[in-house]
Design a binder for this molecule. Sequence first.
Ligand code: FES
Length: 66
Amino acid sequence: MAAFAERLFTPPPMTRCECAEMRFEEIETKLDQHRLTLEELGKRTGCAQTCTACLPDLKAFLARKR
Ligand code: FES
């Protein structure tokens, strides 16, 4: 029952940075194309830098892709 309740109340992972209006796939592409770190891209675009709510899911997304 606890697992069911946890699944019921756990929000799905974020798939974009709402503050910068960038999908995680777009962030990944920019990181690769411009050979930037996430911190460097964040300074340029604001992604994962404003409220940082997307940061845990973005890091998990990037870790799965690399
Ligand atoms: S949702 Fe990414 S910084 Fe706010």
